[in-house]
Design a protein around this ligand. Structure first.
Ligand SMILES: O=C(O)C(=O)C[C@]1(C(=O)O)C=C[C@@H](O)C=C1
Length: 286
């Protein structure tokens, strides 16, 4: 890791996205933030070491997993998860024009944001055409020359683009929040070893055989060692219908004796096995 230089962190841009909010929250002021065009670009820039870190959304409390991030974590080598950050997500309805809600003909935003505001869109708007964009901030750029259009985005973006706020807090759930992973190149990242910290570990595994009790046996290894799972998700392996990879997060440090035993057992039961990383559990800072 570079010592006397400012570290760089890539995120899904342009400026004003929730990913930027997550990166600012995680790193405070210690890194230079680099806006990128897609989540896939964030992975590539971390892989090629053009940036030291990347911040990518992994799951939302309403919409669930961010599939593109899940798939890239599976596919990309040399990527390690080194941190997590949870951001409360409050959505704003924004426009360059002062419009009544019923006047909006076109609504632009990221697919996750549209999903998180489904009830508001159905109940309060007049059936606008919905256009998915690469990010919420990208939606705000795109509506610039489109009459009777609005975008869904963060409060942070209002001043960046000089937008009008048509409605605040339009997300379906008051406690809407998104969890982000902080990724780094596995080559350059040195591991944390602070005995005072609470750690989490994230892995991916695909069972060797499709037979009764396979998942039960995999999960039993965690129970036997009293390891607390915090998330389990599946994604298709993309090889054959009905075959899945499991994404498991649990509380524990990668070099803990019980964690090593459980992961050894699990690896033996798997046709694919990958440790994504071990990182300090997110704590809200005062
Ligand atoms: O578009 C953005 O602002 C993003 O940072 C992406 C993203 C996502 O992909 O989940 C991040 C947080 C919110 O859940 C909505 C969108």
């Amino acid at each position: 890791m570079k010592k006397d230089q400012t570290l760089k962190c890539g995120y899904l841009g342009p400026k004003g996205t929730f990913s930027e909010i997550a990166a600012m929250k995680y790193f405070s002021e210690n890194v230079s933030l680099i806006p990128l065009q897609s989540i896939s670009d964030v992975f590539e820039m971390v892989q090629s070491k053009e940036v030291d870190f990347g911040v990518v959304p992994i799951e939302n409390s309403v919409e669930g997993s961010v599939n593109i991030t899940m798939d890239l974590l599976f596919e990309k080598s040399d990527i390690q998860v080194v941190g997590e950050c949870v951001v409360p997500i409050k959505h704003y309805l924004l426009s360059y024009e002062s419009l009544e809600l019923a006047e909006i003909k076109k609504l632009f935003s990221h697919q996750q944001a549209i999903g998180q505001c489904g009830k508001f869109i159905k109940n309060r708007l007049n059936n606008p055409e919905v256009i998915f964009t690469a990010s919420t901030a990208n939606a705000c750029e795109m509506i610039k020359n489109v009459p009777k259009s609005a975008a869904i985005g963060s409060e942070n973006i209002v001043n960046i683009y000089n937008l009008k706020v048509l409605a605040k807090d339009i997300q379906d759930s008051k406690s809407n929040s998104t969890r982000f992973f902080v990724i780094a190149n596995s080559d350059s990242f040195t591991k944390f070893e602070d005995p005072e910290q609470n750690y989490k570990t994230s892995i991916i595994c695909s069972p060797k055989h499709n037979k009764p009790g396979v998942l039960y046996n995999m999960l039993k290894t965690f129970k036997e060692k009293n390891i607390n799972l915090t998330r389990i998700e599946s994604r298709p392996t993309k090889k054959q219908l009905g075959e899945y990879s499991f994404y498991i997060d649990f509380e524990g440090y990668i070099e803990d004796k019980d964690v090593i035993t459980a992961l050894d057992k699990l690896e033996k039961m798997s046709s694919f096995f990958k440790i994504l990383g071990c990182y300090p559990k997110w704590k809200e800072r005062e």
